[in-house]
Design a protein around this ligand. Structure first.
Ligand SMILES: NC(=O)c1ccc[n+]([C@@H]2O[C@H](COP(=O)([O-])OP(=O)(O)OC[C@H]3O[C@@H](n4cnc5c(N)ncnc54)[C@H](OP(=O)(O)O)[C@@H]3O)[C@@H](O)[C@H]2O)c1
Length: 231
């Protein structure tokens, strides 16, 4: 069984990944930015010996450092950075009306934070001897996705995909496979109730992709169903 870290585990896809990995018998470090209001995660963890909750806010470098210090040199086989923000209502991220402050905040959460988390837990992944770092991006971050508007979300997700790609090159000699994931259009608070797939389907697809990864796959952008996503 493996040590798994889920960053952004309080709801949606992150909560479901935590559930599935714990049920499989893995040891899961489930990270929440606000451990005081993580009731769904608390409930899940109360019924499982396999889940440890840690505080980690990806938009706060000190919080990342504190979590890293607390977790220490434990080997971690898989780190999945799920945390993400949509960046406000579509009408506040159009070419005619962009909330600049929100854009900065979303960049911290969707782009800079995941890279800082990757850096902070690199040694833990190396210690596993065969680490997996996966960052959740979105199809809206692909240059090929034919949708206008949503400047804040789309650009911050495009940037984190590129950051992951660069990381795969910088860590080419390290025992870490870096991958980027579009999790599907998922029925969560972010995806809404009319989305195409459930969080359960998305999480189980993501786990299947991770199970099949080898070092040669590092730098790839995947869909939840295992297909390669065009950049
Ligand atoms: N749902 C979709 O259709 C869809 C499609 C494409 C990509 N994605 C991506 O998939 C990921 C998960 O999406 P979801 O649908 O599960 O979203 P969600 O239901 O809105 O949940 C977002 C999660 O991210 C956490 N989070 C937000 N900001 C954080 C921060 N600064 N530090 C730590 N955690 C933070 C939230 O924690 P709190 O509870 O504390 O807010 C929550 O656990 C996101 O990166 C999203 O962009 C989703």
């Amino acid at each position: 069984m493996s040590n798994i870290m889920i960053v952004g585990a309080t709801r949606g896809i992150g909560l479901e990944l935590t559930k599935q990995y714990a049920e499989e018998g893995n040891s899961v470090i489930a990270c929440a930015r606000d451990t005081g209001s993580a009731s769904l995660l608390d409930e899940l963890a109360s019924g499982s010996d396999n889940i440890t909750i840690e505080q980690l806010d990806v938009s706060n470098p000190s919080s990342i450092e504190e979590a890293s210090n607390k977790i220490g040199d434990t080997a971690i086989d898989t780190v999945i950075i799920v945390a993400g923000a949509v960046g406000g209502m579509p009408e506040n991220q159009s070419i005619d009306n962009i909330d600049i402050e929100e854009w900065h905040r979303t960049l911290d959460t969707n782009t800079i934070g995941p890279l800082l988390v990757a850096k902070a837990f690199k040694d833990n992944l190396v210690a596993s001897g065969n680490g997996n770092l996966m960052i959740l991006s979105s199809q809206l971050g692909a240059s090929t996705w034919p949708m206008g508007g949503m400047y804040i979300y789309s650009t911050t997700k495009a940037a984190v995909g590129k950051a992951g790609k660069i990381l795969s090159l910088d860590w080419a000699e390290e025992p870490i496979t870096v991958s980027i994931m579009h999790p599907g259009w998922v029925q969560t608070d972010m995806g809404g109730p009319t989305a195409e797939i459930t969080a359960e389907e998305s999480a189980s697809g993501i786990r299947n992709v991770i199970n099949g990864l080898t070092k040669e796959d590092s730098g790839n952008f995947y869909k939840w169903n295992g297909e390669i996503h065009p950049w």
